[in-house]
Design a protein around this ligand. Structure first.
Ligand code: AMP
Ligand code: MG
Length: 403
């Protein structure tokens, strides 16, 4: 039976979590850690922030002194980021303070400079402050020793910033997952070859390599297999040298769609051989000699969508980063749209802001072979088989197009 989109996702999650792949770890300089998966937890090496930090430019004072406003206090000094104030702020006193500076002892509130008037050493406060207003308290982001990143987390720009603040010039990450890509089809020629009028260039080898790299894997394009069983078999043997492999093309019901048969002959186990989605229905997921694989339909948009919603999840789970469900967004529909009976559909579309409202409109496209349409899209309009026809203005589901 053909599983639904949700059931197929669950099958992938279950199969992959059942077999944890133990990748070795390696040290990399922090600047090379983007996109990598952490092999170790990271703890706060001291309190964050390390002192009570002023969040504003203004004046630090005792909040009790600001109970009735206006009030004029004596300014006894200044403290900027990178220095500290030696004395204590007493009753009736204040200190000029800059954003990022340590709040002096005695003071427990900061009033923004905009709400004060200064004349020489006297500062009149036109606004009061609650205790610790405009102050980020020592240790409030993370007390010393707290885990701030966990093994299995993927490092993005924000995590790089956090690791840098912890002093991690070098980080321990898991080895990248190696992913073989085999494209199949007698009509395909390599990108540098001028195709005959009846041939097409092997674009999937490139889009899939890019998607694998973006997902954090190391792609290896094994080559183009003609629609001949023996060659496909030999090239699948090569794919088995890597951690995981992706086959493109040859999984539909046509006379020359040999990939499934070959995999079967080689002893593959299949978890599903199609999914109730469009594009991408003939998607295949299985395992051959301890290696998970996907057989993607050859149509470029089908391959792209199935990679984004299924293969990327599998790849990242195998790479040690856990299984992340695809996250859907909402937008208002520009023109009426109807679901397809029995299928979850992913239609290339553009979402644009109209004032403060995201509005989604489908791209005109010629079906699942249309890379021109795909490149013009910035999202997919997602329609589930159980939802009724939708009118203009209805809130509908969109999936942002991956990179
Ligand atoms: P298939 O899944 O093999 O039946 O192929 C479906 C459609 O996708 C056909 O029009 C193929 O020519 C096209 N196609 C298959 N493989 C590729 C590829 N690697 N790059 C671009 N288009 C492809
Ligand atoms: Mg084919």
């Amino acid at each position: 039976m053909t599983p639904t989109f949700e059931a197929a996702l669950q099958t992938i999650k279950d199969q992959i979590s059942a077999v944890p792949l133990d990748l070795p770890s390696e040290g990399v300089p922090l600047e090379a850690a983007r996109g990598r998966v952490l092999a170790e937890d990271a703890r706060a090496d001291r309190d964050y922030p390390p002192f009570n930090r002023s969040a504003r430019d203004g004046f630090a004072a005792r909040s009790a002194d600001l109970a009735s406003i206006p009030v004029t206090l004596a300014c006894i000094g200044e403290v900027a980021a990178g220095v500290h104030f030696e004395n204590t702020v007493g009753a009736g006193e204040c200190v000029s303070i800059m954003t990022g500076a340590p709040v002096p002892d005695g003071a427990d509130a900061v009033v923004m400079v905009e709400h004060t008037q200064r004349e020489g050493c006297r500062v009149t406060f036109l606004q009061g402050a609650q205790p610790f207003e405009n102050i980020v308290r020592r240790g409030s982001e993370a007390p010393s020793g707290k885990f701030v990143l966990r093994r299995g987390q993927r490092v993005g720009s924000a995590e790089i910033g956090l690791l840098a603040s912890l002093g991690a010039a070098k980080v321990t990450v898991l080895r990248k997952l190696r992913v073989a890509i085999l494209t199949t089809g007698d009509e395909l020629v390599p990108v540098e070859v001028r195709p005959e009028w009846f041939q097409i260039r092997d674009s999937n080898a490139f889009s899939l390599q890019a998607q694998v790299a973006e997902a954090g894997g190391i792609p290896r394009a094994v080559g183009i297999a003609p629609d001949r069983s023996e060659t496909i078999m030999q090239m699948i043997e090569e794919c088995l040298e890597e951690d995981f492999f992706i086959l493109s093309g040859g999984v539909s019901a046509g006379k020359y769609d040999l990939v499934e048969r070959v995999l079967e002959e080689m002893g593959a186990e299949f978890y599903f051989r199609s999914v109730a989605i469009r594009p991408g229905k003939p998607l295949v997921f299985g395992k051959l000699r301890d290696r998970f694989f996907f057989g993607l339909p050859g149509n470029p948009v089908s391959g792209y969508v199935t990679f984004q919603v299924f293969v990327e999840r599998a790849l990242q789970a195998l790479a040690g980063a856990g299984f992340g469900e695809p996250v859907f967004w909402s937008a208002r529909l520009a023109k009426p749209a109807a679901p397809k009976a029995g299928l979850t559909t992913f239609t290339p579309a553009r979402v644009e802001m109209e004032g403060s409202t995201p509005v989604v409109d489908r791209i005109s496209w010629q079906g699942s072979g249309d890379l021109v349409g795909l490149a013009a899209a910035n999202c997919f309009l997602v329609m589930r088989p159980d939802e009724g026809p939708r009118s203009a203005g209805d809130w509908v589901t969109v999936l942002p197009k991956g990179d």
